[in-house]
Design a protein around this ligand. Structure first.
Ligand code: ACO
Length: 425
């Protein structure tokens, strides 16, 4: 591989350094292009732009590979627990037994939110979308837990991971009008969340290990995905040296959109709509292909995966197994499978390399677990927290880090003179 690329602009040659990653990904470094030539590059939607160099996650979209810090997602989903994956992503290596014990203990002992913060929930309407509550509450944490010295960085990371699940469960309790349930220190990360979601006072609640295992896999599969929309948002906000909570809250807002994490809610709404409309799958596949119709097949397509999304492959199997173990018979799973089968054979989807993504089957598992549809994106956010934190920390720890500030090609009016109001037509 050449170590420079050549660009000829207006007859002038510019040599641009070539950067090769550890998995042989090639990038042309244009960071001096504007100062040397006056030109910038233009890449709408950043589909070809490397915004940073990162050690955290590797994806090969053509081969359907996803690895966190080198470890294949399939191995992590099968063998690891979410706290150790969080540790791996944030600190770079799998924890030793002692490190994991202490990290788990920190995640447990920081689960409660400040009692005053509970009052914030009174201000939200009971119909508030839980993502609105989650983002507002995560930003509010910065007012309770400011970062003053270096040790606070670690403390705030564990506070964020521990307390966000409590906030998420409280958002659900608020929506259904039940009292908040405090976390229990004897429970694991996933069980504690399920306990806060589903316990009611005066009735004993035992966490079903099937639910705990299902949640563990879902959180691991969502834990990081390199420079996606929400992670890039976290990096963008973090690059101004905004605090951890503010940066993560921005990521939560970016995740909410239906083209990103909000797609899991949309998938179930879409499958329900198809079911209610008599199950005519072809009609909806045709609608998705019609460029004059705004309808898209939610849970299909991905910016990076052009073969298959390895997370969707794992979840497809997991959905069947979880429903089976829980004894749930959900007709939406059949509709999803049939829809997938039709779309995968359809020329439109084949030509465009559109495959089910992580959101296609996750909602079916959440439904079987008793999690309501508008909480699905919150579940995604809980899983994505360690990834966001890892990227925020990587950026913070980079002594050469700069504020993110893209350029543009301006296409508006050229200079013109102001026209006073009484002279405008
Ligand atoms: N249904 C129908 N057509 C689609 C779909 C879909 N789900 N996804 C892409 N296409 C079509 C586009 O219309 C476009 O067609 P064209 O070439 O004829 O214009 C072509 O496939 C390429 O799609 P783009 O929108 O250019 O792809 P992009 O990389 O910009 O978008 C995205 C990726 C946002 C995921 C898109 O596939 C989509 O909207 N999917 C549905 C929403 C969804 O499931 N989002 C979750 C993604 S995973 C995640 O964020 C966790």
């Amino acid at each position: 591989m050449d170590d420079t690329a050549k660009l000829i602009l207006n007859g002038q040659e510019y040599l641009l350094p070539v950067i090769v990653g550890s998995e042989n990904e090639v990038g042309v470094d244009i960071s001096r292009l504007r100062s040397d030539s006056g030109a910038i590059t233009l890449d709408s939607g950043y589909a070809n732009t490397g915004a940073c160099i990162s050690d955290i996650t590797f994806i090969d979209g053509e081969k359907g590979i996803l690895r966190y810090r080198g470890y294949p997602i399939e191995q992590l989903a099968e063998k690891a627990r979410f706290p150790e994956v969080a540790y791996l992503l944030i600190f770079g290596e799998l924890p030793t037994a002692t490190q994991l014990d202490s990290f788990r203990q920190d995640l447990t002992y920081h689960s409660m939110i400040h009692e005053d913060m509970k009052k914030f929930f009174e201000g939200f309407r009971h119909t508030a979308h839980p993502m609105a509550i989650l983002s507002a509450m995560v930003t509010s944490m910065s007012s309770y837990y400011p970062e003053i010295d270096e040790e606070d960085e670690y403390r705030n990371i564990v506070r964020l991971l521990a307390k966000t699940k409590t906030i998420a469960a409280y958002a659900y309790k608020k929506a259904i009008g039940q009292p908040f349930v405090y976390p229990k220190n004897s429970l694991s990360y996933c069980s504690n969340f399920l306990h806060m979601m589903f316990s009611v006072p005066a009735e004993p609640y035992e966490v079903d290990p099937v639910l705990e295992d299902a949640l563990n896999v879902l959180l691991i599969l969502h834990a990081d995905h390199e420079q996606n929309c929400s992670t890039s948002t976290v990096r963008m906000v973090g690059s101004s040296q905004a605090n951890l909570y503010a940066s993560i809250a921005a990521g939560i807002c970016a995740l909410w959109g239906p083209l990103h994490g909000g797609a899991n809610q949309k998938v179930i709404e879409m499958l329900t709509m198809i079911q209610d409309d008599g199950g005519d799958l072809k009609k909806y596949v045709d609608k998705a292909k019609d460029k004059d119709d705004g309808f898209r097949l939610f849970g299909f397509g991905h910016r990076v995966y052009k073969n298959f999304d390895p997370r969707a492959t794992i979840l497809r199997k997991a959905a069947a197994s979880v429903l089976d173990r829980l004894g749930v018979d959900d007709p939406l799973l059949d509709i999803a499978r049939q829809l997938e089968e039709i779309a995968l054979k359809d020329e439109y989807f084949v030509q465009r390399n559109l495959y089910p993504n992580v959101d296609f089957y996750s909602g079916i598992i959440y439904r079987a677990m008793g999690i309501p549809t508008d909480m699905f994106t919150v579940m995604f956010a809980l899983g994505r927290l360690p990834g966001w934190v890892a990227h925020w920390k990587e950026l913070r720890d980079d002594p050469k880090g700069r504020i993110n500030r893209p350029r543009q090609i301006y296409t508006g009016s050229t200079e013109r003179n102001f026209v006073p109001l009484d002279q405008r037509g």
